[in-house]
Design a protein. Structure first.
Length: 507
């Protein structure tokens, strides 16, 4: 049974969750967490503090021992807001890599929100839509509108509890003027997206993360109107903020449900949730223990077995985001869809020749859909522009490394060929650098087979005989002479990459 581990390097704490895939379902076998405040100095000076780095690496070494003991097959390690903002991330990343062998992936705020959404909808029985998901961490706050378990809108705001505490809560007990400044700052950030989120009229608001868990515990003490566990009314949130504002740190630490570290930042976190609840006219918020790590585990399970419900959901999400990106950059969708279909045919017909891993079919077909979007910037240099847009756009469901690979495949659809010194190759893992030319050849051939943009070639049949690959092109009435001419122009590159001759004919 495959076993996965998700490690979340947050601005406030570092968390581990290990789960085993049993009959299509994830069963948790270990959870661990420790507050390291990695982002505390970042929000003050822009740099990670050496002591916080050392403490975080120490915790990650412990997590590494846990994953080894559990026989974990796949580990994914992500870092969030603090690592996005710091100027000395590379030293931390290298220390972690040299100590544990893990490569830390710094994810965007929107990817963080997507994974949180995936974790919640994959592990909850929800029947109330639209749904507003709120995750407030140490450095940022992600807000997601979900309808029928599909993301409809998402934003990431710089409203983390550690960040706001460092900026505004410097006195103990806090001063009224500091709290008011913090309220104004939060209100201004929320105001920018207020109409965008309110138009969905969410019927249920779910809050995740440690701050939400603490508020749920405080609600049992201060929210007299709530009659449900893990639920805090909007009036209850206002009451909690008022009570926390009166207390010193030592007094806050005595409150039920607050640990000594959480007590330091709870006022800022509670103020954000209170502002969100008021602005969006919510009756209250419901706490869920699910979050980022659950989404990471769900994604790993889906990539292991794409036939599960989670796998199908992620595949659907990826397809929607590809079409949305192609449409946004005004690409020819019909042309892209036909090239994608031809790419898929070539990939499957020529498996014995290209010997690419199965995952490459998805990366290739994604590149087929997006390879023309660079023309949105300028037709001159459009392949370079396409690389930049794909590699740097938020494509829901694709990791940073996957986007870079898709972008690199699309980069070489024109006349240029991948070269070791190219940046598009240098940022890829070593294995992908070796495999990339094989994928590029297939996409160039697929694009050649729709050169006239009339979908003249309907089907491709391949036969491999010794050192020769024969393609039979099934064409519409009117033929495909232009497409045949263009695909045969790829003969020399085909032989260079695969060591075989290419012949083609129209049937």
């Amino acid at each position: 049974m495959p076993t996965f581990a998700a490690v979340d390097v947050g601005s406030n704490s570092v968390r581990l969750k290990i789960a085993r895939l049993v009959r299509g379902r994830l069963e948790t076998i270990l959870e661990d967490r420790e507050v390291t405040r990695l982002g505390e100095s970042v929000f003050r000076s822009g740099l990670l503090d050496p002591k916080a780095i050392a403490q975080t690496v120490k915790v990650l070494r412990r997590f590494h021992r846990s994953t080894t003991s559990a026989g974990v097959n796949t580990v994914r390690v992500v870092a969030t807001s603090a690592m996005r903002d710091t100027r000395n991330a590379s030293s931390f990343l290298e220390w972690v890599r040299s100590t544990t062998g893990w490569r830390v992936e710094i994810i965007s705020g929107l990817e963080e929100g997507r994974l949180i959404h995936l974790g919640v909808v994959s592990n909850s029985r929800l029947n109330t839509w639209p749904l507003l998901l709120m995750d407030l961490g140490g450095g940022s706050c992600e807000l997601t509108i979900s309808v029928d378990a599909q993301i409809r809108s998402m934003v990431s705001l710089p409203l983390g509890a550690v960040r706001l505490t460092e900026e505004f809560v410097q006195n103990d007990p806090p001063k009224k003027k500091d709290i008011e400044r913090m309220r104004q700052f939060i209100a201004e950030e929320v105001r920018r997206l207020e109409q965008r989120m309110k138009r969905w009229s969410p019927k249920l608001a779910i809050a995740t993360s440690g701050t939400a868990a603490a508020l749920a515990a405080l609600g049992e003490t201060f929210d007299t109107r709530s009659r449900r566990a893990n639920y805090v009314t909007t009036s209850g949130l206002d009451r909690i903020v008022a009570e926390l504002s009166k207390r010193s740190l030592a007094q806050r630490r005595l409150l039920p449900g607050l640990g000594p570290k959480r007590a330091e930042i709870i006022l800022a976190g509670a103020t954000v949730y209170a502002e969100l609840a008021e602005r969006f006219h919510l009756p209250g918020i419901t706490y869920s223990p699910l979050g980022l790590r659950d989404g990471m585990l769900a994604q790993m399970a889906a990539e292991y077995d794409r036939h599960t419900a989670i796998g199908k959901r992620i595949e659907s999400e990826r397809q929607r985001t590809l079409f949305a990106a192609a449409s946004h950059y005004e690409a020819d969708l019909h042309f892209g869809e036909h090239v994608r279909g031809l790419t898929m045919q070539l990939f499957r017909q020529l498996k014995s020749v290209h010997r690419l891993p199965p995952d490459y079919e998805e990366w290739l077909t994604a590149a087929a859909m997006l390879h023309e979007i660079g023309a949105f910037i300028n037709r001159t240099g459009r392949h370079r522009h396409a690389y930049y847009l794909i590699a740097n756009s938020e494509l829901y469901g694709f990791t940073v490394e996957q986007r870079r690979l898709i972008a690199a495949i699309a980069r070489y659809v024109g006349k240029s060929k991948p070269a070791p010194q190219d940046r598009a190759l240098r940022v890829l893992p070593a294995l992908d650098r070796q495999l990339l030319p094989r994928a590029v050849v297939l996409l160039r051939m697929a694009r050649a087979l729709n050169l006239g943009r009339k979908a003249a070639v309907e089907k491709v049949t391949a036969r491999v005989k010794d050192s020769v690959v024969e393609l039979k092109l099934q064409a519409k009435r009117g033929g495909a002479d232009l497409e045949l001419w263009q695909v045969l122009k790829e003969k020399s590159y085909f032989r260079e990459v695969f060591g075989r001759d290419l012949v083609a004919d129209v049937s």
